[in-house]
Ligand binder design. Structure first.
Ligand code: ADP
Length: 597
């Protein structure tokens, strides 16, 4: 049994010596002031453990007592590095150190441990002083750990826990006296003391696996934050604000701010902008500022955090991660910058569209008036060539007019000023009048077939705009079938959806052109279509209007063979409670009355 006791005591001593050596090595690498204090505390503790294994002598006992008291004192000094002690407390701590060392020396030299009660009392004085030195900081670390990121929190708590166990062991040991001198009791206390070694070690240099485990709880929040930061931030300012906020959270800092390349603070969290601006201008003022560069097209900006009291020791890895984080923030800022610029250009386009279309409207109306007066003979009789010219002018003016109407409609849509005037209507009638409207565009090579069901197709729509959508699909079908062919306009209603499908046998659309079809000004230019005129507004407007009605426009096309554009709209209930028109209508009836040439 005694062998086991000796082994336990040797192991514990070796554990503390190893801990002292490890922290000394870490301090040698980092050379931080605060780390130095903690290193001294743990090296002193290692000394106590090591010397305690040597044969006892009064001199050795004095050294052990001094080392022991210093180990506690340096824990307090370690805390003093973060949050300075008040002067009086600092002095009191020094006095307490002196008194307790003196009492210990008295005990082992003059009194030579004469009276067991006195020995216990002096022992209590020493341990109480040590407990005060270490107890105050560990309570403070524990309390402060609540507001910091998970890894820092765990590290601070482990340090507190390690010292708390040591305090408990020391008190039990001294108060228990001879009752705790049994081999089992000694082994238990030694094992407990040994357990403190890894606890304190991981608080100082946690292995990456542990960091990962500690961080797990925060990982989802972090991922969401990154996504929020990089994808959803609507503007540069908003992104910078979020970046500063998350930098503070991620690093357990007290404040953070973002500085753009010309030195302007564009976001601040936990600090006023004025103060941030002063610090940005002179970062050397506060040693606690950690800066990471932001690489932006306009130059180099900075993401700065003002380290929290405990960040330099417990957030070392996080501080080095600030750079990686800053790179993501740079990418986000670049993206938002580009998006903002594009939005600006789009806005200009809309404004131009609006202005140009309204300015053109007046002159075109006047021209229309004169052309129709010319055609009607109100300005004198025209000869044959004059009549032909007036006809061409009328067609071109009406083309121009349509174009202007499209531009005005697109501008309205962009500004959110477009409202629908919906009413019950029969989609067959709307499709028919759209077909009538495009009849002048047909030439002898085209045949337009209207395929309508017998029953009414009830829809609640803005009839004028629905007619415009269908007319545009039909005129496209004609325009993009330069070789002619059959163009079918089929109206159907099924399962609550009314459809108008416009099919042509024309050029079709190449696959890579499909994504641009429905975009504003989106045209698919191929050698076959490049000479055809258009604005690229028709399908854009058509789809937007269809969607405003709760419907859509879809396309099926084969390059070189033709296309089918389908307008879908929510269908109203079928008349007289009958089932949908399409279910009863004679299928694909293409009556001679519905054929247009
Ligand atoms: P545009 O004024 O150019 O006709 P649209 O928005 O109506 O504008 O159409 C966008 C583009 O879609 C057209 O430029 C054309 O390339 C293609 N497109 C539209 N309808 C057809 C069709 N029926 N067949 C082939 N291509 C079409």
């Amino acid at each position: 049994m005694t062998q086991a006791v000796v082994l336990a005591q040797d192991l514990t001593a070796a554990g503390f010596v190893a801990l002292g050596a490890a922290i000394a090595y870490h301090w040698y690498r980092d050379r931080g002031r605060a780390q130095a204090k903690l290193a001294l505390a743990l090296i002193s503790l290692a000394l106590v453990a090591a010397l305690g294994r040597l044969p006892s002598s009064p001199l050795l006992s004095v050294v052990v007592i001094v080392a022991f008291m210093l180990s506690g004192y340096f824990v307090l000094m370690f805390r003093n590095e973060f949050i300075p002690l008040r002067r009086t407390l600092y002095r009191a701590a020094n006095v307490l150190l002196g008194v307790s060392i003196l009492a210990g020396i008295l005990d082992v030299t003059l009194l030579q441990r004469a009276n067991p009660i006195l020995v216990t009392l002096l022992g209590l004085v020493l341990i109480t002083a040590w407990a005060i030195f270490t107890g105050e900081p560990i309570v403070r670390f524990w309390l402060a750990s609540n507001g910091v990121p998970a890894v820092q929190r765990a590290r601070m708590r482990f340090l507190s826990l390690g010292f708390a166990v040591l305090i408990a062991i020391l008190f039990v040991d001294v108060l228990g006296g001879s009752r705790l001198q049994s081999p089992t009791a000694i082994i238990v206390t030694q094992v407990l003391a040994l357990a403190v070694v890894p606890i304190i070690y991981v608080s100082l240099a946690p292995p990456s696996l542990l960091r990962r485990i500690w961080r797990m709880s925060e990982e989802n929040a972090l991922r969401d934050a990154m996504q929020d930061l990089l994808i959803h931030s609507p503007s540069r300012e908003a992104l910078a604000d979020r970046a500063a906020f998350w930098a503070v959270r991620l690093f357990g800092a007290t404040a953070g701010f973002v500085v753009d390349p010309d030195g302007k603070v564009i976001a601040a969290s936990g600090i006023g902008r004025d103060q941030a601006t002063r610090l940005a201008a002179n970062p050397g003022q506060s040693g606690a500022i950690v800066r990471a560069p932001l690489h932006l097209t306009e130059g180099q900006g900075w993401l700065c955090v003002i380290a929290g009291d405990f960040t330099p020791v417990f957030g070392t890895e996080e501080v080095s991660q600030l750079r990686a984080y800053a790179n993501s923030v740079s990418a986000g800022l670049q993206r938002v910058g580009v998006t903002e610029r594009v939005a600006g250009i789009e806005k200009n386009k809309t404004q131009f569209l609006n202005l140009a279309s309204h300015e053109l409207r007046g002159p075109v109306t006047v021209m229309r008036g004169y052309v129709s007066m010319l055609q009607g003979g109100l300005l004198g009789q025209l000869n044959e060539r004059g009549r032909q010219a007036a006809g061409v002018m009328a067609a071109k003016v009406s083309e121009m007019n349509e174009l202007i109407e499209e531009m005005i409609e697109a501008a309205r849509l962009e500004e959110g000023a477009l409202t629908l005037r919906t009413a019950d209507a029969d989609l067959r009638q709307i499709a028919s009048s759209a077909a009538d409207a495009v009849t002048p565009l047909l030439d002898s090579r085209h045949r337009l077939v209207l395929d309508l069901p017998d029953r009414r197709v009830r829809v609640k729509v803005d009839a004028d705009r629905t007619k415009t959508i269908i007319a545009n699909l039909l005129s496209n079908a004609i325009k993009y079938s330069p070789e002619g062919g059959v163009i079918t306009c089929q109206v159907r209603s099924r399962a609550g959806v009314a459809r108008v499908a416009v099919t042509d046998e024309g050029l079709g659309i190449p696959r890579d052109g499909l994504p641009t079809l429905f975009t504003r000004f989106g045209r698919v230019i191929t050698p076959e279509t490049q000479h055809l005129q258009g604005t690229g507004l028709g399908l854009f407007l058509g789809r937007q209007l269809a969607r405003m009605h709760g419907g859509d426009i879809t396309v099926a096309t084969i390059e070189g063979k033709g296309s089918t554009f389908t307008l879908q709209l929510p269908a109203g209930p079928p008349p007289n409670g009958a089932s949908d028109g399409a279910a009863q209508a004679p299928k694909n009836r293409i009556g001679p009355d519905a054929v247009k040439r």
